[in-house]
Each structure stands twice: as C-alpha cells, then as structure tokens.
Design a protein around this ligand. Structure first.
Ligand code: ZN
Length: 505
C-alpha cells in the first residue's frame, strides 16, 4: 500500500457476508456458520483432547492448496455471490475441528468431521456478499452508468494457522492483515457482458448473450484481486524480462499522458527490480486505475496493483492542459514503483503485514524513494522534466548527482531522527495496531525507508543489494519473519547499533 502521513480514513461500511451450512457430498464434510465477527484477540485452537496445542514447527502448515470459486456479479443489486470450494491440507500435528476464514469479516466455520493431522479435505462455502459503494479496496465506484467494482479483501480465504493459533486480525481501513500462504485459484466469474474483468493471474472470457464468464487461473499466489468495470480498457507492453505488463485505464478524457507515465513507470520498475532482486514469478502484471480512500495512492496484490486516480470529479472538469499543470507525474511514477516493489516484498516473499508491516513497507519505500530515483530510469527522468515544465517550483532529488542525492538523504535521516521522541526505540518494528494513523506512516513507512537506507550506507550498496537478493531467493514464494531478516542482516555484517536503534535487540 502506498500511504501518506496525513490520511483521513472514511468510516468502514460493514460488508454483509453470509456463510450458510452445506454438506459437500464428495468430501462428506460440512461447514456451519458461526456468524460472529471476532475481536482483534487471537484465538487459541484446541486439539481433539481439549488441551491447548503445543507450538508446532512452522514447517507444519495448514494449507489451502486450491480455491475453486463459482461467482456471479449482480451489478443491479451490487452483490457478489456463489460458492467457494477450498482444498485443505492439514500438515500440522493438530486435529482441527473448525477453520477460520477471513474477508470481508472474520468467521469460524465448524467442520462436521474433525480434520486429523496429515490429512486432507474439501470444504465448500456458499457466500453472498453485499458490495458497499465506496472508493476502497472492497467497494464500487459509480458515475452515472459507469461502474468499477474493486473485489479485493472480500473473497472467503483461509486464515493463517500458526503455533496452534489462528490469525484473526481483520483488514481495517488503511491497514492490511491479508497474510496467506501460496495457493492456486480457479475462478469463474459471471458478469454482464459489457464489463471487463481483470484479475490476479490470467483471464479467459466467453460471452453468452448479455453475460460473460471470465475464467481466472492463478498459480502460486497468496491472494486474489478482481476488478470489474464497464469503462476500462488495457494497453499492453511486453518487458524485456518476458513479463507482460498491462495498464488498465479508465475512460477519462485528457488522461492520455497520465496513462502513458503509468505504463512507462511499471515497465521501468519491473525491469529494475527483476535485475536487482531476481525473477518475478508470474507472467503478467496488471496495473489497474482505481479508487482508494484519501491519502492512499496504491495497493498491491499478487500480479495486480491498483493505482488510485487523483480527484476524478475535479479532473473531469479540467482541460488536458490543466491536468498537465496539476498532476505530478513524478509522484505517479513513484507510486507505481512502490507497488511494483511489493511484487518482490509482500507478494513473492510473504510477511505478516499486520504484525511486521515494516518488512514489506520499509522495503517498498526504499525501492520507491532510493533505488528507483537513483536508477535514473527514462520514465522518472521524463516525468520530472514534465513536472518542472508545468510547475516552475518543482524539484526532485534524483535530478541531482549521486553525491547530492546522498547529502539530501542524510539530511532527511537527520531530520527524521530529530522528530523522534526521546527514548523512542524499536519504533519501526511494532504491529500496525500499536500505531495511530499518522504514526503508522511516520514510523513504518518513513522510518522503514531510512532504516534500509542507513543499512545500505553501513554495508555498502553492493553488499546491501546482495543481502536483499539473498533474502528474496531464500524466501521466494515462502514467508519470512523480521527475526529471519535480522539474522540474515547480521550474517552480512549489519551493525548491532543500527538494528537496535530501529528494530530493537
Ligand atoms: Zn506499500
């Protein structure tokens, strides 16, 4: 997520999700609705004898190996409904009598038959989800007859089960708690034929009268995002790394230059991060224009990012010339770079975005504000030039040489340190629930970026980037913890004082 320090989050509209009890003939497993939303407190799963479960090894995982979803989008009633079938593989030593599902709320579903250690089953979850009208990760945007549905953080997915406990942290506005292991997805989404469906993975569409069924296939992904819009169209670019980048642009007049910068920034940053950290695991990246709450400019998902448009209502009234005067294309390019960086840190290497958001947000901020500008890519150079032409007072640090950039960053690090409260320690590495709105951006995003910048200065660029490359390779399509990152840093010679100052002992 790309977040700014001064954010105003609108009140969440509770989504209505209904899980009904079904009996699945094939697996002879039934699931029953519990219906209760849970608090932030993690729940403890009991084993079959009723005792608390001893901490199992983290290698013992409960996996949702495959999701099969048959869904229908009703654009009249704004409801997404259908059936989600999950193939579960219990590799833990625990007997599970219930499973925890997330999105949009958190619910426990009782299994008709306990799921024994080292066994598999299939559960089926019928769902009917009311889609709220709001510019958010889950919601729809409407202007007259034009509509865009952002169907993310809403599909029932298995919550993490670790050390005998379920992760019951809900996704809240401006925060993320969507932490899952890698799964495969096969989804059929039935929508009106005039809607285009874009999703994580690849899409195949077949039209039947006034409806169209889009078959979405995604392999080795830890989340699924679906966008459906009746006024969106793609522009594709093939990168030199063999990844197809598709920018999905909403049909607004005067946005051509904006669309072009999005595409070029995606191309440049995907290439830069592939070269720097290693191969991107998927065939495609969809860069989708969308609508997010004030203060949030982008959001990452596997194989798909949402880039929020500026204030559309006002821009719609503007001429193309005025848009040029008002839009800061360098900001747009940096937001795209931030979300692209998450494809490496968050999507490919997973980490718990609720407990340890500094790991992926700090790295995405570092990539956006240090690596991408220093690479002096064509997209950013061109955007800075355009912004300078349109706004005489505009300046951007990457327009300077390396030494000047370093001086600028050192001033920023110092100014950041001056703003810290006396006695502040391990300030970047707390769970997101321990920060207020502004503090979350200040410590996790800004602090995270400066931590990685200072680490780079301490180790030298080459050694620092090889550390990140090793981190990426070691946890490729797996999950990392802050502790594991710290251990790796120490192996690479990171100074204890630096680690202690930002992260704690
Ligand atoms: Zn982010």
């Amino acid at each position: 997520m790309k977040n700014f320090s001064k954010t105003h989050f609108i009140a969440i509209i509770s989504a209505v999700i209904i899980f009904t009890a079904v009996i699945l003939a094939v697996a002879k497993t039934s699931v029953f609705s519990d219906d209760s939303d849970l608090s932030d407190q993690p729940a403890t799963e009991k084993n079959s004898s009723g005792d608390s479960v001893d901490s199992p090894s983290v290698d013992q995982q409960l996996l949702a190996e495959h999701y099969d979803m048959k869904l229908k989008l009703d654009t009249e009633k704004n409801v997404l409904s259908g059936t989600v079938t999950i193939d579960l593989n219990n590799q833990t030593e625990d007997t599970l009598t219930q499973i925890c599902l997330k999105n949009p709320s958190v619910s426990f579903l009782k299994l008709e038959q306990p799921l024994a250690p080292r066994s598999q089953t299939q559960v089926q979850v019928p769902c009917s989800i009311k889609i709220p009208r709001k510019n958010d990760r889950f919601g729809y945007h409407k202007e007259g007859g034009r509509k865009t549905y952002q169907l993310t953080f809403c599909l029932p997915t298995l919550s993490m089960y670790e050390q005998g406990k379920w992760d019951t942290h809900p996704n809240k506005p401006g925060r993320e708690a969507n932490f899952s292991r890698i799964s495969d997805y096969d989804i059929e989404l039935d929508a009106p034929a005039d809607y285009t469906v874009v999703a994580s993975g690849t899409e195949n569409r077949s039209v039947q009268g006034d409806r169209a069924v889009t078959c979405i296939s995604a392999r080795s992904m830890r989340d699924m995002a679906i966008i459906a819009s009746n006024y969106i169209a793609p522009e594709t670019i093939q990168t030199e790394d063999g990844v197809s980048i598709r920018c999905w642009n909403l049909d607004y007049k005067g946005f051509e230059e904006y669309d072009q910068f999005s595409l070029e920034a995606a191309r440049d940053s995907m290439h830069l991060f592939s070269e720097t950290f290693g191969k991107y695991p998927y065939e495609e990246l969809d860069v989708v224009q969308g609508f997010l709450p004030d203060g949030i400019n982008g959001m990452e998902y596997p194989g798909l990012v949402i880039i929020s448009l500026p204030d559309v209502k006002n821009l719609q009234k503007m001429s193309a010339k005025k848009i040029r005067k008002q839009a800061f294309f360098s900001d747009l390019c940096c937001t795209v770079a931030h979300e692209a960086a998450h494809q490496w840190f968050c999507v490919t290497v997973g980490n718990d975005p609720f407990q340890e958001p500094w790991l992926d947000e700090g790295l995405a901020e570092y990539c956006e504000d240090v690596l991408y500008p220093q690479a002096q890519t064509d997209s950013l150079k061109k955007a800075i030039k355009t912004d300078k032409k349109n706004n005489p007072y505009f300046s951007f640090p990457s327009g300077w040489n390396k030494k000047e950039f370093q001086n600028y960053m050192e001033q920023m690090v110092q100014s950041y340190a001056n703003q810290l409260t006396e006695g502040d320690s391990n300030y970047i590495s707390k769970p997101c629930s321990e920060y207020g709105e502004e503090a979350y951006s200040f410590y996790v995003y800004e602090g995270g970026k400066y931590f990685f910048y200072e680490l780079e200065q301490a180790l030298g660029s080459k050694a620092f980037l090889s550390l990140l490359k090793e981190y990426y390779q070691k946890f490729y399509l797996k999950e990392a913890t802050g502790q594991e990152f710290v251990a790796l840093m120490k192996q690479h010679g990171a100074p204890d004082s630096l680690i202690e100052r930002y992260i704690g002992g």
